[in-house]
Design a protein. Structure first.
Length: 530
């Protein structure tokens, strides 16, 4: 075979998963190498990746004093030798890699792997499912593809420090999925994807922005309590008030609907106007507070099935009332009755599109309820479709969760954390995939993170972040871990079944994503003087 440059020879104690070789030529970190030797009458070729490099000179031991070194420099040029370790990925048999059962031969030659060999090894088995995301870091002429099917079925984590290139990496994936008419929902916390121009295979823009309009009637009482920042552990009495209040208001509205239905003019079937659900909750609670204090209410309480008020203290009612008023004050413009659910919107006009859910302006409690609601209902609808061929989501869905550490924080309980764990465990058979994106790995729940089988890991500097990622990923070795601080923006380690072997990759730039760049503060200031 036509090898590239020869690097050196295997030396020392060799192992089935790692060899040491020495070389006069400097190998590159992450470079693919071929260990070539003959054994048992056949030629053996083993693919490896350089994981460690040292440079030394045998005449200059570590305890040499500077004067000795200076005299040696005058005698000859000290270029030294390179000593490197290569992690062995397997014996090459056509396009397959088979794990070695015993170590290579001592003295085996080590070559730099030529591009044509790497293209053969890493070429896509199925071009349709292979998303071209960039090139090998050490061989820019070799394109890298990742298996989209593996991302949907086994999930993906994209991790990096701020400015490491994770949003661009996600956008590149979304471009490739859009070209295949894929359906994606991006949970967009900061509006980074709102102006993106993702296009399908025919060149048509398929970015679909979904405004966040919330119908409280479609939420459970516990969800409404969570949006009001009322949790059972710390505010159990207010939580109880909210449970009973929502139940009695829904019952009152049901009875009112039944009565009104009998009075509707058949020639004018317009429904009678009714107050928004949030106002109904607030007004009913206001009346209950007045009743509890012995005053007069604005409505006839005998028609309201709210018996719980007689066993509730006024301060508990008032505390819940204040929380509901705060909710209306914060997001009242987003609260709309009788609007379709997010999963309904996704099923009706989002199939085959890159859907962006705009969560800007919402607090974390509201976002938590919305995202968990979407995940659990999407799982339910995908199960219905696969098992019964009925439901709102007839195609596989990929959900991208930006700022994942907010929704699944380490050491705290959220509704979305539960939903993510459930989807990660159960959704493989039903075509509902998750992509978690975060710049704070150590703030992300380790259990949720460990259920992501595919990883795009970009520059991570902080040691605790590195250790957290390594604990969550069974496949991130200590050798790969040492690359993380040295990666430049856009460079990444790819691990998992969506690639054949761990890879060091340079992501291409997305042409679809328009937002997410740093603000040029000086340029903005200078505009004031023009």
């Amino acid at each position: 075979m036509n090898h590239n440059r020869q690097l050196g020879y295997c030396v020392g104690i060799l192992q089935p998963n790692e060899v040491t070789f020495t070389s006069f030529v400097p190998p590159k970190m992450g470079e693919f190498v071929v260990i070539s030797y003959t054994e048992g009458g056949r030629e053996v070729r083993v693919l490896g990746m350089v994981s460690h490099i040292e440079r030394f000179d045998r005449f200059l031991p570590e305890d040499n004093n500077p004067a000795h070194v200076e005299s040696m420099r005058k005698i000859y040029n000290i270029n030294g030798l390179f000593k490197a370790r290569a992690t062995l990925l397997g014996e090459m048999k056509e396009r397959r890699l088979e794990r070695l059962k015993y170590p290579p031969m001592p003295g085996a030659q080590v070559f730099s792997a030529p591009p044509e060999l790497l293209r053969e090894i890493f070429g896509a088995e199925d071009e349709l499912s292979s998303a071209r995301v960039g090139t090998l870091l050490t061989s820019p002429e070799v394109e890298v593809g990742v298996d989209i099917n593996q991302i949907v079925s086994r999930h993906l984590a994209v991790l990096a420090v701020t400015g490491g290139g994770k949003s661009n990496a996600v956008a590149v994936l979304l471009e490739e999925i859009a070209r295949r008419n894929g359906t994606v929902l991006v949970i967009d916390v900061h509006g980074e994807y709102l102006n993106s121009d993702f296009r399908n295979g025919r060149g048509k823009v398929v970015t679909n922005v979904i405004d966040t309009q919330i119908d409280l009637q479609n939420l459970s009482a516990s969800d409404i309590a969570a949006m009001c920042n009322i949790d059972y552990e710390h505010s159990s009495r207010q939580y109880y008030v909210m449970m009973e209040l929502v139940k009695c208001v829904k019952e009152k509205r049901r009875k009112t609907t039944v009565m009104n239905a009998a009075d509707v003019d058949p020639f004018s079937p317009e429904p009678l106007p009714r107050k928004p659900f949030i106002d109904d909750l607030i007004d009913t609670l206001h009346d209950l507070i007045a009743h509890r204090r012995g005053g007069k209410s604005d409505n006839d309480l005998e028609e309201i099935p709210c018996d719980f008020v007689n066993t509730t203290r006024p301060d508990e009612l008032i505390g819940t009332y204040i929380r509901l008023m705060n909710l209306k004050s914060k997001i009242g413009d987003r609260l709309k009755d009788n609007v379709p659910s997010f999963v309904e919107i996704l099923g009706r006009r989002g199939i085959g599109k890159i859907n962006v859910l705009d969560l800007r302006g919402l607090d974390y409690e509201a976002m938590d309820v919305i995202v968990s609601h979407i995940l659990l209902n999407a799982l339910k609808e995908r199960k219905r479709w696969v098992q019964e061929r009925e439901g709102l989501l007839p195609v596989p869905i990929l959900v991208v969760v930006e700022e994942a550490h907010i929704f699944a924080p380490k050491g705290a309980s959220t509704k979305t954390k539960y939903a993510l764990s459930k989807v990660a465990r159960e959704a493989r058979k039903f075509g509902l995939g998750i992509v978690l994106v975060s710049q704070r790995p150590k703030g992300l729940d380790e259990n949720v993170l460990s259920q992501m089988n595919n990883w795009i890991i970009m520059r991570i500097v902080e040691p605790e972040d590195q250790r957290h990622v390594q604990r969550a990923s069974e496949t991130l070795s200590a050798e790969l871990l040492q690359y993380l601080p040295a990666l430049n923006p856009g460079e990444a380690i790819l691990i998992g079944p969506f690639v054949r072997v761990p890879l060091l990759v340079k992501f291409r730039l997305s042409s679809a994503r328009k937002g997410g760049h740093d603000i040029n503060a000086v340029e903005e200031w200078m505009k004031l003087g023009s």
